[in-house]
Design a binder for this molecule. Structure first.
Ligand code: GLC
Length: 426
């Protein structure tokens, strides 16, 4: 620590750049990495390269797959002011909830490096003027489908949810008749957690039904288009999707799709690299497209997701931790992760990178979908976002489970959200 400060002072005096991390050899920092899909392995590889370059060591720990469970765990650790974890992997919806626990990374990372990233994500990660997370990768919901089965059944890629429903029914009926009892038309995320908020926001937005709470704080969720969207999704449970979908998160959906037992899947881009891996039964037989519209007057959309790296205020080595964050979120690391794990870069220039295009052509092809993704209302609802989201996913989950229709459940949700909003002031 003292060494690093000395180095920084020296460089200021002499006007020469000294690599501060190289001065701070022998420091140990810890990072929490997610283990969904290839996430953990790619994190470990990036960390190992930084260790080799700096002589520091890193303790990599994992976190629960469900972002909802992860938030609960992080809140516990951070609220206790514990310094054992230096670097947190934080969801795009958390800056307003957890921001006060993290250092301002703009004090450690050069502005020209920060400026390489999408300004909207930098803005999202800035709380009261402090950059609480460096963008690591972005996310948007997309539609996966089986090219071989669509061809076999003469089905076009669906452009509306209504078309998807029919296409899924057709392929499922054929596959069941051919003897595959475990085959389903469409898999997605129906568990009562943050992932369902993402899926259901896509249905609603695709029907022009708004985004639950609007940027001005208005609770908009109880409207006819939203009702229509959720009621349509409820018809899928037990028909084109298994009853068990009510307990599916990302990895459960991917498990069914990747083992060859579903025609369509809603998931994030990471599922592409996993589905195309050498040992994947569906390798070479999948494609991706924007999610369907809610009828011909609707729009193609996808929920904006993504992850940032943040340094704890309770860290004993914030400079070294910030150096690792800078390394992991850099151009070269994001490029490697996009090629090997199909994680979407947050650095705009990488969308025209020929190596990424050659490895995963859908990344530049769906650029418009990614940059126009619909944001969850985390900015306007701030630290109340998790309360809002859980009220929303519970209302949707009840409807999907057959406990009341969307009109009834969205009306009670509206009342509840108004209460949480303290009369729209948030
Ligand atoms: C993905 C997204 C994240 C979202 C989560 C929901 O990890 O990147 O933003 O909250 O899925 O399950």
């Amino acid at each position: 620590m003292r060494q690093t400060l000395t180095a920084a002072l020296l460089s200021a005096v002499a006007g020469i750049a000294i690599n501060t991390s190289a001065q701070a050899q022998g420091v140990e920092v810890s990072i929490s990495c997610g283990a969904v899909g290839p996430g953990l392995e790619l994190c470990r590889e990036g960390v190992a390269a930084w260790e080799a370059e700096t002589g520091n060591t890193v303790n990599v720990t994992t976190a629960p797959n469900s972002t909802t469970d992860r938030l609960a765990l992080y809140q516990q650790v951070l609220n206790a002011g514990a310094g054992d974890l230096d670097i947190y992997m934080i969801d795009v919806i958390w800056p307003g909830i957890l921001g006060s626990h993290f250092v301002n990374l703009a004090e450690y990372i050069p502005q020209d490096v920060i400026d390489q990233h999408f300004p909207a994500i930098i803005e999202n990660n800035t709380v009261d003027g402090s950059l609480v997370g460096m963008p690591w990768y972005t996310d948007a919901g997309i539609l996966y489908y089986r090219t071989d089965l669509l061809e076999q059944y003469g089905v076009e890629v669906p452009t509306t949810w209504q078309e998807l429903t029919v296409a899924a029914e057709t392929i499922m009926a054929g596959e069941r008749e051919a003897g595959n009892d475990r085959f389903w038309g469409f898999v997605w995320q129906g568990r009562a957690y943050e992932g369902l908020t993402c899926d259901a926001l896509e249905w609603i937005d695709s029907f022009n039904g708004g985004s639950i709470v609007e940027a001005d704080g208005t609770v908009s969720v109880n409207n006819d288009n939203a009702i229509q969207a959720i009621d349509l999704a409820a018809t899928w449970v037990g028909t084109i999707s298994p009853d068990g979908i009510l307990n599916y998160a990302e990895e459960e959906a991917r498990g069914v799709f990747q083992s060859g037992n579903a025609a369509f899947m809603r998931n994030w881009p990471y599922a592409w690299a996993a589905g195309q891996a050498e040992d994947s039964p569906i390798r070479g037989n999948i494609e991706v497209a924007p999610l369907p519209r809610g009828g011909y007057n609707g729009v193609h959309t996808g929920t904006l997701g993504g992850w940032q790296l943040a340094v704890s205020r309770y860290s004993e080595n914030p400079e070294v931790a910030a150096d690792l964050v800078n390394y992991l979120t850099s151009f070269n690391e994001q490029k490697r992760r996009a090629i090997e794990g199909s994680y979407l870069p947050t650095i705009e220039a990488l969308y025209s990178d020929p190596d990424i295009e050659a490895a995963n052509p859908f990344i530049p092809r769906l650029y418009e979908t990614f940059v126009n993704a619909v944001a969850r209302p985390s900015r306007v609802t701030g630290e109340r976002y998790n309360e809002v989201s859980s009220a929303f996913w519970n209302a949707v989950h009840a409807t999907l489970s057959g406990n009341g229709d969307a009109a009834t459940n969205l009306a009670s949700l509206e009342t509840e959200l108004r209460r949480i909003s303290r009369g729209g002031r948030w």
